[in-house]
Ligand binder design. Structure first.
Ligand code: AMP
Length: 143
């Protein structure tokens, strides 16, 4: 299965914010949507960064509660690693493991077209293992 196929099941919605929004607003979005990261989009609509719950925890740990009033751009990761729909989920898992992050935006033709989280990948992996087990049980039962 590739990233594009996963997105066609999961959907293409991505929760985004803008660089000048506050960290408190980003935290509110994470809580409201039940997610772990938001993609930060620039004025041109392109990916300008990503801010995850880890960045927010670090910002508060370093700067105290006043960090909540800081702009997202101060605490986001600006060098975002993205993937494309044609990438395999195995490649994506490798990427997440290597870089130690849990969210990867999907970009196609310069446009943000989805986001895959580690939870999506684990869900797919578990389903794949279950399908293999079922096929194996059926094979054994019929031989
Ligand atoms: P996460 O594990 O996704 O909560 O993120 C851990 C750290 O990696 C945080 O500093 C994020 O801003 C950063 N991060 C998350 N996803 C990406 C990504 N796709 N590219 C670059 N950095 C990322």
């Amino acid at each position: 299965m590739n990233v594009g196929a996963l997105l066609s099941v999961k959907g293409h919605d991505v929760v985004t914010t803008l660089p000048h929004r506050t960290v408190a607003e980003a935290a509110e979005l994470l809580a409201l949507k039940g997610i772990g990261a938001v993609v930060v989009c620039g004025a041109d609509g392109g990916v300008a960064g990503i801010i995850s719950e880890r960045d927010i925890v670090r910002a508060i740990s370093n700067g105290g509660a006043s960090a909540l009033a800081d702009p997202v751009s101060r605490h986001m990761t600006a060098k975002v690693v993205t993937t494309v729909p044609a990438s395999s989920l195995e490649q994506l898992m490798e990427m997440m493991t290597k870089h130690r992050f849990r969210h990867v935006p999907v970009v196609e033709g310069g446009r943000l077209t989805g986001l895959v989280s580690i939870g999506d990948v684990v869900k797919w992996h578990v389903e794949e293992i279950e399908t293999e087990h079922r096929a194996m049980r059926e094979y054994i039962a019929h031989t």
